[in-house]
Design a protein around this ligand. Structure first.
Ligand code: NAD
Length: 359
């Protein structure tokens, strides 16, 4: 199959540069094999963009993202930029891309590769066979709600405040996405909220219930977020699809990530209503290991697989990438974060090359 699609590559900061280079190798290999037809364009985002032009999300980058079929992002951020005002910090680039492209649905699969059962901090019988899809609302909630800020009260004490706000339409579209995904899986959706304490998520629960009525084959359950966090480490295999707010999803998906052994294994997709998407590993820029060539590129390579499936219309190529990753794990190759006894430790580039060879 031949198709010509535009992919904007945003390596970002820290290990972003190293892991994205490996993911690009995979895209180029697929292109060389005639499996896909893509035009790759690079642009700056995050701290790198701030350093170059004083803005973590330059207009040129935003324009290129709007014109692309898909965006591949590494990671942004690092201690160097922490002293900056929040409006100039690298993370602002990421949030700006999500908001600017209307990427309201964040798909975060937590799949345990059988080869890595030993890498999880949980007993292997608790996690083996794990396959959860966390659907996180990405453009609303407390990360975007107004008013927000830090103000000085009369008397001089300062007060920080944020707003957790969700409209019915925002809740409905993310719950619909979760139901559509669940229809292709085990048809179970667990909606996570804090409806006992927060009115905005009381509404969430009501709208989730209403939306799921359009999907009679789906079993919808509700869970408070504190219990969901506990259940994720107690008996994670009870979940099929989880749908939740921006902040709860942020936290729960990192928790789910650890069940699989490493944050370095988990891809993500952020989609808008038109199917345009941004694809990125769920981890950050890992300043502690940046520049050393030891980061695990598999989450980014698996993000390319999601891109092929959800934005580039190439599901067969997506499967090839996922199988290649599995084969490389079968060969015993491991980056430091997933290393275990008897395996062969490799660096970032060697891991990327091995995936390309296995394609
Ligand atoms: P992090 O995900 O960067 O790192 C957490 C830990 O996981 C570190 O020990 C790191 O070495 C390890 N790790 C992460 N990715 C890895 C990989 N591919 N291979 C091997 N080990 C890996 O989170 P953090 O340390 O809290 O944040 C660092 C910076 O990244 C901060 O500036 C933060 O704001 C930013 N951040 C960015 C994103 C993003 O770009 N989407 C997400 C989270 C954090």
């Amino acid at each position: 199959m031949t198709l010509s699609k535009k992919v904007l590559v945003l390596a970002g900061d820290g290990i972003g540069l190293e892991i994205v280079a490996e993911a690009v190798k995979v895209l180029r290999a697929l292109q060389a094999a005639g499996s896909i037809e893509v035009e790759l364009e690079d642009a700056l985002v995050g701290g790198a963009a701030y350093d170059a032009v004083g803005d973590p999300l330059p207009e040129a980058t935003m324009a290129a993202a709007r014109a692309a079929d898909a965006v591949l992002l590494g990671a942004v951020g690092g201690p160097k930029w922490e002293p900056l005002h929040i409006s100039k910090r690298p993370e602002k680039g990421l949030l700006g891309l999500r908001a600017g492209l209307g990427l309201f649905a964040n798909l975060r699969p937590a799949i345990l590769y059988p080869q890595l059962a030993e890498a999880s901090t949980l007993r292997s019988e608790v996690v083996s066979g794990l396959d959860i899809m966390i659907v996180r609302e990405l453009t609303g909630g407390i990360y975007f709600g107004q008013p927000r800020g830090i103000e000085t009260l009369p008397g001089g004490e300062r007060r920080g405040f944020n707003t957790l706000v969700y409209s019915e339409s925002e809740i409905e579209r993310i719950c619909r996405t979760a139901c559509e995904i669940a229809m292709k899986r085990d048809r179970r959706v667990c909606s996570v909220d804090k409806a006992n304490v927060l009115e905005s998520t009381e509404l969430w629960r009501e709208v989730a219930t209403r939306t799921a009525r359009d999907y009679p084959e789906i079993t919808l359950t509700h869970m408070y977020v504190d219990n969901a966090a506990m259940q994720l480490v107690r008996a994670p295999k009870q979940f099929d699809v989880m749908v939740t707010t921006n902040m709860f999803g942020d936290i729960l998906s990192d928790c789910a990530a650890m069940l699989t052994g490493s944050i370095g294994m988990l891809p993500s997709a952020a989609l808008n209503a038109a199917g345009q998407g941004m694809y990125e590993p769920i981890h950050g820029s890992a300043p502690d290991i940046a520049g050393r060539g030891v980061a695990n590129p598999l989450a980014t390579i698996l993000s390319v697989a999601m891109m092929l499936r959800y934005s580039l219309g190439a599901p067969a190529a997506a499967e090839r990438v996922e199988q290649a990753v599995s084969r490389v794990l079968d060969q015993g190759l491991r980056t430091a974060d997933i290393m275990s006894d008897g395996m062969r430790q490799v660096g970032t580039a060697e891991m990327g090359d091995a995936v390309v060879a296995a394609l």
